[in-house]
Design a protein around this ligand. Structure first.
Ligand code: XIL
Length: 298
């Protein structure tokens, strides 16, 4: 193929980008998006603070704009994210215990029901594991409602939208390490007990080197019987950027259950990572060396 999306599709995969709703009116941005990508993740518009700014008052404007654009262009949508310790509305930050648990699961039901039938995969829970060597859960208001909050969220999401693939998504889980092994043990436990989990997202916000066991880590999760996806890829610009993009792409293609790759933005100027210039297009919308190496790897 001659574009990222078409080439990925030839391999039975998608190639996506994170998109903020306000950039859908930037014609340079949408020109690249619609030419090169066949999946979209809303960058912020489906997060809790955006979708439920006041308790039980839902705002789907931004998310709906993105879904409409995706459907008009035949793109998949990754829903991001139903529950996360960050970007919570103030009212939720001020709740705890049963009140927070009930509010959180109501949020899952309402948002997943609103988007029912329109989402390829939901990041049901984002970033619930701690950094470092503990392999355990991150402390958060949600975790303090009880260790079963994650499985209850997955069961609640399945009931609301049985057609969406349900993912757990995290960062610094890109190689085999204590954190990724903690997630691995949770997924293995969920599969053994029939908790409905279909996929694991590896954010892959990468610096200047790729873990040597990146592909092996994807494979060990796939071997548990879940799909894996590269969900928020961006890589610090440097001598190695183009090679690393190619290596990530090849790793996904080498894992049968790796179903797609998403970059966290389109142009370097769209990136949340300031001056790292971590994406495939420069600020003027030109293809970078990393674009070419990615396309050639597909
Ligand atoms: C980031 C967005 O890109 C920013 O616009 C926002 O200010 C903060 O969140 N992990 C995630 C994403 O799962 O939701 C984050 O997105 C980046 C880190």
């Amino acid at each position: 193929g001659t574009t990222l999306g078409a080439s990925a599709a030839e391999k039975g995969r998608y190639f996506g980008a994170a998109v903020p709703a306000f950039k859908l009116s930037d014609s340079q941005f949408t020109g690249i998006l619609d030419r090169e990508f066949n999946a979209i993740t809303p960058e912020n518009e489906m997060k809790w603070d955006a979708t439920e700014p006041s308790q039980n008052q839902f705002n789907y404007n931004g998310g709906d704009q993105i879904v409409t654009h995706a459907q008009a262009h035949g793109m998949k949508v990754r829903g991001h994210t139903l529950l996360w310790h960050a970007q919570q509305p103030g009212w939720a930050q001020n709740l705890s215990g049963t009140a927070l648990r009930n509010a959180a699961m109501n949020h899952v039901t309402q948002v997943a029901t609103h988007y029912k039938g329109k989402i390829y995969a939901w990041d049901v829970v984002n970033e619930a594991f701690a950094d470092g060597t503990s392999g355990g859960r991150r402390d958060s208001n949600l975790q303090r409602t009880g260790n079963d909050w994650i499985e209850v969220a997955f069961r609640t999401a399945r009931t609301a939208d049985p057609g969406a693939k349900l993912c757990y998504n995290d960062y610094n889980t890109d190689g085999v390490n204590a954190k990724s092994t903690g997630v691995y043990n949770m997924v293995r436990d969920f599969k053994s007990r029939g908790v409905p989990i279909d996929c694991v997202g590896f954010q892959s916000h990468l610096g200047t080197s790729l873990p040597g066991d990146y592909q092996a880590n994807l494979q060990r999760f796939a071997d548990l019987g879940v799909d894996v996806q590269i969900t928020e890829l961006d890589i610090t610009q440097g001598t190695n950027q183009a090679n690393m993009y190619a290596a990530v792409t090849k790793a996904c293609l080498a894992v049968t259950r790796c179903t797609g790759i998403t970059t966290w933005g389109v142009r370097d100027s769209d990136s949340w990572r300031g001056s790292d210039n971590p994406l495939l297009f420069d600020a003027n919308g030109n293809k970078k060396a990393a674009y070419t190496s990615t396309l050639n790897a597909l």
